[in-house]
Design a protein around this ligand. Structure first.
Ligand SMILES: [Zn+2]
Length: 73
């Protein structure tokens, strides 16, 4: 399965630090992961990856997850 999530890079233009807005990650499997902080988002995403995308474990890190994050609208 092609993992399109790997090519989504949306860090530029986002202001993820020091805001009260929640952030989301739209996973390529269709799951939307939403959290109130970067740390919570990373933790939730890591758990999802471990469960549903084990082939990505060890290939993605904190930085990658934050790169995928978008502001919740
Ligand atoms: Zn997924």
């Amino acid at each position: 399965m092609v993992v399109s999530l790997m090519i989504i890079g949306l860090r530029d233009g986002l202001n993820l630090k020091g805001t009260t807005m929640s952030t989301v990650i739209n996973c390529e499997c269709g799951l939307v992961i939403q959290a109130q902080s970067d740390d919570a988002l990373v933790e939730a995403t890591m758990k999802h990856v471990e469960q549903d995308h084990p082939e990505l474990v060890g290939k993605i890190g904190h930085e990658d997850i934050l790169n995928w994050a978008e502001e919740a609208s």
